[in-house]
Design a protein around this ligand. Structure first.
Ligand SMILES: Cc1cc2nc3c(=O)[nH]c(=O)nc-3n(C[C@H](O)[C@H](O)[C@H](O)COP(=O)(O)O)c2cc1C
Length: 210
């Protein structure tokens, strides 16, 4: 119930008031994203947390001038791997077995099977698959923000290759997927704040197969 109330409260805030979100709330939201499940547990994404005003102004310019980018307190950039590789998979699995205190070769068969599936697929498929995983983390971050009464606007309205350039993501093997300004709604000036939340009716949204 509490979660649903928070989800009713949240909306894609169009105008923020510039107030600063306390660090513990930002940490909480990021922790929710870090705890997100991902395919094979690879977590093929990272989050960049941007508060530098000059940088935010630059990002706004390649994001259709959306005001939330400079009015927010923190801008989260979800950047996903630009592709899978055996090396990257090995690194994640090595950490998993080490942290679980398991023999080093525990996940070798799984690793080979997984890479056997991924290797023939295109780099574009890899990048899209990785970005899909990042969106799960985005969803949990938005839910956590709502729980903390922090406003957050999911955004795809930016020119991703330009953002990649600004943040030097290519050199890191990453591509920006989606961004999330965190802040507080400007109740007096946000045209969306009092409009009804509209969703697909349940009877259309859900098909029960019994
Ligand atoms: C992936 C994604 C991208 C979005 N991109 C933008 C955006 O660039 N700018 C914006 O103001 N809202 C953006 N939105 C917000 C949606 O328009 C909004 O979530 C939707 O209309 C539902 O409304 P609500 O979030 O207020 O309940 C985006 C939402 C999602 C999930």
């Amino acid at each position: 119930m509490e979660l649903l109330k928070s989800l009713e409260w949240r909306y894609a805030t169009k105008k923020m008031n510039g107030n600063i979100v306390p660090q513990e709330k930002v940490d909480y939201i990021i922790e929710a994203a870090r705890l997100a499940p991902s395919s094979s547990g690879l977590q093929p994404y990272q989050i960049f947390v941007i508060t530098d005003k000059e940088l935010l102004t630059k990002i706004q310019a390649i994001a259709f001038n959306q005001s939330q980018i400079t009015e927010c307190s923190h801008l989260l950039v979800f950047a996903a791997w630009d592709g899978y590789s055996l090396e990257k998979i090995e690194k994640v699995f090595a950490r998993t077995v080490a942290e679980r205190g398991l023999p080093a070769n525990t996940m070798d068969d799984y690793k080979q099977r997984l890479w056997g599936m991924y290797e023939p697929l295109s780099q574009e498929w890899h990048a899209t698959h990785a970005a899909k995983q990042a969106y799960i983390a985005l969803g949990l971050a938005m839910a956590a923000a709502a729980e903390q009464k922090v406003d957050a606007t999911p955004m795809e309205g930016f020119v991703a290759p330009e953002l990649d350039k600004i943040l030097g993501l290519e050199a890191l093997g990453l591509k920006s997927a989606v961004i999330l300004p965190l802040g507080y709604r400007d109740e007096a000036h946000d045209w969306l704040v009092n409009l009804k939340k509209v969703r697909t009716p349940k009877e259309v949204f859900v098909t029960e197969i019994k």
